[in-house]
Write a protein that binds this ligand. Structure first.
Ligand SMILES: Cc1ncc(C[n+]2csc(CCOP(=O)(O)OP(=O)(O)O)c2C)c(N)n1
Ligand SMILES: [Mg+2]
Length: 580
């Protein structure tokens, strides 16, 4: 390359200090608009570190860089950040082993519909080529047959190898653009170390602009509006409308315009509709299966269970930009009509068409919904009163969720949830009613702390609470997660619903073998966690605030102290010994 082709950051005329694939990568992520590179280290990233050091020294633009000490933390933080910011970020993992370690979280990002470009590396010369020695570990230890892009393929949207330094920046911006489009999800790029070390001509990548919008046609929207007008007992069922930019607000406007109740089934994984809204119809689609005459599935990938349980008389309209999720193995929707434009756009179009409503039908469903809403409010109150009354027996999880709700009231908090048997309680009693205020951690266990850290990174001004089971907590890379919290000043309130058991799995064992040998002898294998030490204690070496609570009277004061510590900048871990 000639000197004139070098970037302004290149300060050597002999090419030794010239830009290479590492700088091409940094330039491309900058062009893709990534705010962050979430990196879990490996020797292939030295060219990237070198580029960043050079850019920092010379005041040149680049994404912010985070040194993270575990792959789950790197990917999980990118997921949490992307849930709030909805724009692809960069994730750098180490070779095939780092990708394998991070793959559970990449799969989680795929389920969560979060855009990101994940990269890791391999060697193509194993030390037998000219140029820099990649290191014997690539020959002896790190390679995998078919290349890391082969293993990434089933749990990413797109997976490939970068074949040369000159196509690398465009490969990265292309991967970012692919990952950003519906259904958003991670794209993977294998970037061989030799390419990262190869000289690059310093051509900065062209900035990536956001995707264009997609709309359902007015004719399609008209015909669905007509179906709604003709329905007496319609219902909206949604899992993730709140995940779309503006989706939460658009769903409220749509439901209100037509007076249609909204069910958020247990498969809902983010806040879609205010829990406190009079049109919120709880989480059970059951009562509607035979009663509704129109079911509007809005971003709802798995509405019925078993999947073949078909509503008896309802027509079904599916509103989803990509209804058949390519990564879902088995999916049954029974659609009578599809609206496949951007969901927020579609809902706004439908809201505008809410004219000439049948007054009698609206009055009927308003009365029915008022009764349903009153019954739900009273059931919530009854459950909370009962939880308070049984205080002598320990801390009921309902009491924990309700106490947290009261404490968070008016603070614009965000709840990240990695509980299992307590997740219904969290949704029902720790309700959240604003956009981007509740996220359920998807995929395998062990990502919750990282996802919460990423959410906090994207919303530093809001308190972020992680609710987590004791089993899930033990799956998290706790040390690397606490390290990230401390290093990047990301204080969380972590509340452990500690029942000393993998309750969910024990319930399944009992369900499969109600009168089996384990039921007879009491030998319940695979699920007992009583031997774990005090979970809050792992935060002590990090100087974090810790509380272990086993008495109901101590609960609210402990949570208050913890929240105060968080507002002062320290992560707080409150381990609550719950009764079930
Ligand atoms: C990576 C991973 N390994 C194993 C599992 C299987 N699994 C599902 S629920 C669960 C137990 C969770 O225990 P806890 O967080 O205490 O919740 P509880 O069941 O007590 O409500 C396990 C191990 C999983 N989901 N993910
Ligand atoms: Mg448990």
């Amino acid at each position: 390359m000639t000197d004139t082709q070098k970037t302004p950051g290149t300060d050597s005329a002999d090419g030794v200090d010239g830009v290479d694939g590492g700088d091409a990568l940094v330039s491309a992520f900058h062009a893709a608009g990534a705010d962050y590179l979430f990196c879990s280290s490996g020797s292939e990233w030295a060219p990237v570190w070198e580029s960043l050091a050079r850019r920092h020294r010379d005041g040149l633009p680049c994404p912010r860089y985070l040194d993270l000490t575990h792959e789950t933390v790197a990917v999980g933080m990118a997921t949490g950040y992307g849930l709030v910011r909805r724009r692809p970020q960069g994730v750098l993992l180490h070779a095939a082993p780092g990708l394998l370690q991070g793959s559970m979280a990449v799969h989680g990002a795929m389920l969560a519909g979060v855009p990101m470009v994940v990269a890791s590396s391999e060697s193509t010369t194993y030390g037998d080529g000219p140029g820099q020695d990649p290191g014997g570990q690539w020959y002896r230890n790190l390679s995998i047959v078919g290349g890391p892009h082969g293993i990434a393929q089933p749990f990413t949207k797109w997976s490939n190898e970068a074949a040369g330094v000159h196509t690398l920046p465009t490969m990265i911006t292309r991967a970012a653009e692919l990952s950003w489009r519906a259904p958003a999800g991670p794209a993977y790029l294998n970037i061989p170390l030799e390419i990262l070390l190869e000289e690059w001509d310093g051509r900065e990548a062209k900035p990536v602009v956001p995707p264009g919008s997609t709309h359902s046609s007015p004719e399609e929207a008209d015909s669905v509006a007509q179906l709604i007008r003709e329905a007496r007992n319609p219902v909206i069922v949604t899992e993730t409308s709140g995940r779309e930019a503006g989706g939460f607000e658009a769903l409220v406007a749509f439901a209100e315009a037509w007076h249609i109740p909204v069910v958020e089934p247990d498969s809902a994984v983010c806040g879609n509709f205010p829990r406190t809204h009079p049109l919120h119809a709880g989480s059970d689609i059951g009562p509607w299966m035979d009663e509704a005459d129109l079911i509007l599935l809005v971003n709802c990938r798995a509405p019925f269970y078993p999947p073949s349980r078909r509503p008896s008389k309802a027509r079904i309209v599916v509103i989803d930009e990509v209804p058949q999720r390519p990564h879902v193995v088995y999916q049954v929707l029974f659609a009578d009509a599809y609206l496949e434009g951007n969901v927020a756009n579609t809902l706004r179009q439908l809201a505008k068409r809410a004219k000439d409503l049948d007054g009698t039908a609206v009055a009927e469903r308003r009365t029915a919904q008022e009764a349903r809403s009153a019954a739900e409010r009273s059931a919530v109150t009854t459950a909370e009163t009962k939880a308070e009354q049984h205080q002598t027996e320990g801390i009921d999880p309902v009491l924990l969720a309700a106490t947290l709700r009261e404490l968070l009231d008016g603070r614009d908090g965000i709840v990240v949830d990695e509980t299992i048997t307590h997740s219904r309680i969290v949704k029902r009693h720790l309700w959240t009613d604003a956009p981007d205020s509740y996220f359920y951690v998807q995929g395998g266990l062990g990502q919750g702390i990282a996802v919460a850290l990423g959410v906090k990174l994207a919303a530093r001004e809001r308190p972020v609470v992680l609710t987590i089971g004791d089993g899930a907590f033990a799956y998290n890379p706790v040390i690397p997660s606490y390290d990230a919290s401390k290093a990047y000043e990301l204080p969380l309130l972590i509340v452990v619903f500690n029942n000393r058991v993998y309750k969910s799995m024990n319930l399944n064992h009992r369900r499969f073998y109600p009168e089996g040998a384990a039921a007879e002898t009491g030998e319940w294998l695979g699920t007992d966690l009583r031997r774990l030490p005090r979970l809050a204690a792992f935060a002590e070496p990090f100087g974090m605030h810790t509380e272990t609570v086993d008495a109901p009277d101590a609960l609210a004061p402990a949570l208050e102290r913890a929240l105060k510590a968080v507002s002062e900048g320290t992560t707080a871990v409150v381990d609550v010994l719950v009764t079930r």
